[in-house]
Every structure is written in structure tokens, then in C-alpha cells.
Design a protein around this ligand. Structure first.
Ligand SMILES: [Zn+2]
Length: 299
């Protein structure tokens, strides 16, 4: 059984509110805190208490929320996260296409299509070629009160034959060896540091993962992307996978990571570098996000 209780210190106004989650799992009580500038410890939390002190996010640093005249002020909010940026280019193709540029171009197109369709509000974690620490990306989305988080990447593989898109949800245990290797690459390359993936880290991730409704909603979003991407782009099977990605670890925000294709594959690199062929990917993602957010229960 998983029961989750939200509480805070009363500082509920504005985007910088702190969050605390008390998880009751099979009789054991795990206290987990997530704070923007403060932490709360629960009695009984024991050694499972996680406290992460982060600097206060200033309103000026929060991403801009884009709306169109077809979007209500209280419409669901999706935060799209173009992977990498700045000094971190991510993967590259042999002819010089860079993951950070493709991710930003795709994210921008998805936002524009969503605004055109109406019904959801959209923010990007970065709108320019700048570095953003991995941990900060979901925090920005949480601070905005987002309903969904979609991180966009493009993959690399040791062999040029690997081709097609994948969607990932968070899991402490990777669905397969490829997924595990990819999570390691993404976790290291985008943070610039070697993040631990040992037992302690997994225990902490598991405490966060117990937010069952978040995990279920993440799977729902991945299923929607599965449905809309079929026939719209080459896919790497199995399409849906899971691994321990830092950027997907929000306990409260349904999150997926979309790999648009392999830049080490010449066909994928060409397809994702050309705005005309890339548009099909952006359209499928936009349809999937819209379908998911407009049919899910309010969260
Ligand atoms: Zn990446």
C-alpha cells in the first residue's frame, strides 16, 4: 500500500513553495522532503529522510509560460525540457549535428504546435543554447506547478545500425542493458559530474518512486506517446523502456524522457536535422501531450 500526504510550512503562495511527502509503505514510514530552500523532517523518518537544500528560485529565473488565445489561464501546463545545452552538446552525428540543438528545435516546435492546437499551457526549461543542471530541470517545472514534464533528447549508440525513437519512464532498475547504459550517459554528460548509482542512491530514488500516482501518470503519458508515434517515425523496439534518469526523479510530476532517434545512425541524423522531417516527430509529441493532459484526471 502506498499512501502519500502532502504538507508544507504554510508558505504555499507563489512558485517557491516547499514540498514534503510522507510515504507509508507496507507499514514502514519513510519521510522524504524536497525543498526549495528549506527541508522538513518527519518523526519516524529515520535514515530514510531525504533532505535536499536548493537555493531559492527567483521568479525571474523561472521559465516563461506560453499561452495562446485558444488556451485558458487555468489550462494544464506541460514543461518541455530540451536536453543538454551550453558547454554540454550531448551526442553528435558524424556530420556535426548536435543533440542540444536538435532537442531545442524539437521542443520549440512542440510548443508552437501545442499553442496552435490550444488547450494546454507550455513552458520550456531553456529557450536558448545554455547550460542547465540536470537536477534543476524538474525543479523548475515543479516550481511552475506543471502537470507534466517531457525531456527531449537524441541518442547515440556504439553501432550505427541502432535507429529510431524511444520513450523512457523512471525506474530504479533499468528495463534492459541498453536503457541502463543510456541513463548512465545522460546522467553524466548533462551534469558534468559522475552521479552515484549505488545502493544508497537507489534507496532514495525508491522512496521518491513510491508516489504511485506520479508513476502511473508517467506511464500514461508514455503510452500516449507510444500511440501517437506509431507510424509517425522510425522506432527502436521495444519503444517503451525504463531506467534511472536523474531528470525523471520528481516525486510529484509525471515525467517522461523522449529519445528522438540515434545521431550515430545516418538516417536518423538526417531526419532529425531537417526541419521538414523533424516536424513529424514534433507533431506526434504534441498530439500525445495534448491527448494525455486533456484526458487525465486533475492532479
Ligand atoms: Zn541526451
Amino acid at each position: 500500500m502506498v499512501r502519500a500526504v502532502d504538507s508544507d510550512d504554510g508558505a504555499d503562495e507563489g512558485p517557491n513553495r516547499g514540498r514534503a511527502a510522507l510515504l507509508v509503505v507496507g507499514g514502514a514510514i519513510l519521510g522524504a522532503t524536497l525543498g526549495f530552500g528549506f527541508g522538513v523532517a518527519f518523526p519516524g523518518g529515520g535514515d530514510a529522510v531525504i533532505s535536499r537544500e536548493l537555493p531559492d528560485l527567483q521568479a525571474a529565473e523561472l521559465p516563461r509560460i506560453a499561452v495562446s488565445d485558444r488556451t485558458g489561464a487555468d489550462a494544464p501546463l506541460v514543461v518541455i525540457d530540451p536536453g543538454h545545452g551550453g558547454f554540454d552538446p550531448g551526442a553528435s552525428s558524424t556530420d556535426g549535428a548536435r543533440e542540444k540543438d536538435i532537442a531545442l528545435a524539437l521542443a520549440t516546435s512542440v510548443r508552437d504546435i501545442l499553442l496552435e492546437l490550444g488547450g494546454v499551457r507550455v513552458a520550456l526549461t531553456r529557450e536558448t543554447d545554455r547550460f542547465l543542471p540536470l537536477e534543476e530541470r524538474p525543479r523548475l517545472a515543479e516550481a511552475l506547478g506543471a502537470d507534466a514534464f517531457v525531456s527531449i533528447h537524441a541518442d547515440s549508440a556504439p553501432v550505427p545500425e541502432a535507429q529510431g525513437a524511444n520513450v523512457y519512464v523512471l525506474s530504479s532498475r533499468a528495463s534492459d542493458r541498453e536503457a541502463q547504459a543510456l541513463a548512465r550517459i545522460e546522467n553524466e554528460s548533462a551534469s558534468g559530474i559522475d552521479l552515484p548509482d549505488g545502493a544508497d542512491d537507489v534507496a532514495h530514488v525508491l522512496a521518491d518512486l513510491m508516489r504511485r500516482e506520479t508513476a502511473l501518470a508517467s506511464v500514461g503519458l508514455a503510452a500516449s506517446i507510444d500511440e501517437e508515434s506509431a507510424g509517425a517515425m522510425p522506432r527502436h523496439e521495444p519503444f517503451r523502456r525504463s531506467a534511472n534518469f536523474v531528470v525523471l526523479r520528481s516525486p510529484e510530476l509525471p515525467s517522461v524522457l523522449f529519445e528522438a532517434g540515434y545521431l550515430t545512425n545516418p538516417d536518423d541524423a538526417k531526419r532529425l536535422s531537417d526541419p521538414a522531417t523533424r516536424q513529424a516527430v514534433a507533431e506526434a509529441l504534441a498530439r500525445a501531450i495534448l491527448a494525455d493532459l486533456l484526458t487525465s484526471q486533475p492532479r
